[in-house]
Design a protein around this ligand. Structure first.
Ligand SMILES: [Zn+2]
Ligand SMILES: [Zn+2]
Length: 153
C-alpha cells in the first residue's frame, strides 16, 4: 500500500469536491434545482432546509466509496471516500455552522482566511448577486483585500 498516494487521493478528492460544489451551486442549485436551494437564500429561520437535500446527495458517493473500499478492500476507493467525507465535514462546519450559525458555536473564532471567505459567501447571499458560488475557496480579490489590511477588524 502506497500511503503517499492515498494521502494525495484524499487531498485531490477534497479539492475536487470544492469544484463539484461550485459547479453544482452555480449550474444546478441556481438552475433547475433552484426549488431546493431557494429556502437557503430566502431564510425564515427554519431548522431544516430543503437545501440540506444537496448535502445528502453529496454524502452518497462518499458512503458508497467508503463501503466498497472497506469490503473489497481497496485503498483507492477508501481514500476518495474519505476525501469527500472530509470535504463534507469542512463544508458543513464552515457554511452551516460558522457562516450561517445554524448551530450557535464557533462565532468568536476568526482569522483572515475565514473573514475573507465569509465575506465572499455573504456577498453571494445579497439579492440579485450572481457570483461567488464556491464555498471554502473564494475569489482571490477577497483574500488580497483581507491580507492587505494592517490590523484585522
Ligand atoms: Zn446560492
Ligand atoms: Zn449560504
Amino acid at each position: 500500500m502506497n500511503t503517499l498516494l492515498n494521502i494525495m487521493l484524499v487531498v485531490a478528492a477534497f479539492f475536487f469536491m470544492e469544484f463539484m460544489a461550485w459547479f453544482t451551486h452555480k449550474f444546478v442549485m441556481h438552475g433547475f434545482l433552484w426549488v431546493l436551494h431557494k429556502d437557503h437564500h430566502i431564510r425564515d429561520g427554519r431548522k431544516v432546509e430543503w437545501n440540506d437535500v444537496f448535502a445528502l446527495i453529496f454524502a452518497l458517493p462518499s458512503i458508497l466509496l467508503i463501503y466498497f473500499g472497506v469490503i473489497n478492500p481497496d485503498s483507492i476507493l477508501l481514500s476518495l471516500g474519505i476525501g469527500i467525507a472530509l470535504y463534507g465535514f469542512c463544508y458543513f462546519m464552515f457554511h452551516d455552522v460558522y457562516v450561517h450559525q445554524r448551530v450557535k458555536i464557533l462565532s468568536k473564532f476568526s482569522n483572515r482566511y475565514l473573514r475573507a471567505t465569509i465575506r465572499a459567501h455573504k456577498a453571494h447571499h445579497h439579492p440579485n448577486a450572481h457570483y461567488n458560488y464556491g464555498f471554502l475557496v473564494a475569489p482571490l480579490k477577497y483574500y488580497k483585500e483581507e491580507f492587505r489590511k494592517k490590523k484585522p477588524d
